[in-house]
Design a protein around this ligand. Sequence first.
Ligand code: ES4
Ligand code: ZN
Length: 326
Amino acid sequence: DNIHTILRQMPKAELHIHIEGSLEPELIFALAERNRVELKYASVEELRRAYAFTDLQSFLDIYYAGASVLLTEQDFYDMTRAYLQRAHADKVRHAEIFFDPQTHTERGVEFATCINGIHRALEDAKAQWDMSGALIMCFLRHLSEEEAFATLELALPYRDKFIGIGLDSSERGHPPEKFARVFAQCRELGFHLVAHAGEEGPPAYISTALDVLHVERIDHGVRCLDDAALTQRLAREKIALTVCPLSNIKLRVFDCMPEHNFAKLLDAGVTLTVNSDDPAYFGGYINDNFLALFDALSLTQEHARQLARNSFAAAFIDTAAKQKYL
Ligand code: ES4
Ligand code: ZN
C-alpha cells in the first residue's frame, strides 16, 4: 500500500475542529439566502477570494462574518451534518468538535438553538455510521472572563450535551491566566479542559494553560519548540498537541509546509495529532492535512500508524472505546 492510501484509509479521531470553520462558502450563500441575511460578498467566488489571510486576526474577522448566516437550529444541524459527512468519508471514527456560543448569543441567537442543532447531527452520525462525536464549548479569549462566566451560566442547563471546555480566538494579549477562575469552576464541574496556546502566542502561554488552567491537551502548541525545557516537559508528561498543518501555513505560522516543525516535534518525542482546525477556510479536511504534511516532510507508514493511535489515546473517550483502536 502506498502512504496516501494508508493515510486515507486508517481509522482516526479528529480532536481539533471548529464547527463554524467547517462552513463552506456554498453553504454560507445558501443559508444567507434562506435566512435573508445580507452578505458583503457578491458571489461564492468573491468570498473564496477573500480567504487570503496574513495572520490569525485576519482570518477571525472573516470567520465571524461567515458565522452570521447561522440563525436556526436547522442551520446548525446542516452545518454539522456536512462536516460529519466529510469526516466520515475521511475515516474519522470519533470527532471532538469545538463550538463558539458567544459568536451566536452576541447576535441574539439562543444558546439552545445552537447546541441542539449541532447535537442532533452528532446523534444521527452515531446512529447511521457508528461514528462518535462530542462537543467542547470554547470561550472567546478576546472577550472578558465575566462574559465567559455568563456563557457558562447559559450552558449549564445543557451540560449533558458537551464534555469539555476550550479557549480560542485572538491569542496574543489574551493569556490563559485571564480565564483562571472560570476554568477552575469548569474543572470543579467535571468538564474536560483544553486551550489553544502557542499558535501565535509565546511558549509561556502553553505553560500557563497547563499550570494555571490545568488543561489536558494543548491546541496547536507548535511554538513550544522555542523553549527546550517546555518541549521536554510536554514529551515527558505525554501532553498531546492537536496540530493543524494547513491552518499553520494559511495563517503564516510557517512560510510553507516543508518549513513546518512537525518532524522536529516528533523527534523531540512530543505526542502529536493531526487535525483540520477550520477546514472550509484552510484548504482541506483531515486527510488533506495528513497528505500535505506527509508529502512535505517525507514521514513514514510508522508515523502514520502512530499518529492514528495518538488521536484515540488523546481522545476523551473511555478506555474500552480506545481499546478498539489502539
Ligand atoms: C481558530 Cl485557527 C484558530 N485559532 C484560534 N481561534 C480559532 N477559532 C477558530 N479557528
Ligand atoms: Zn483552532
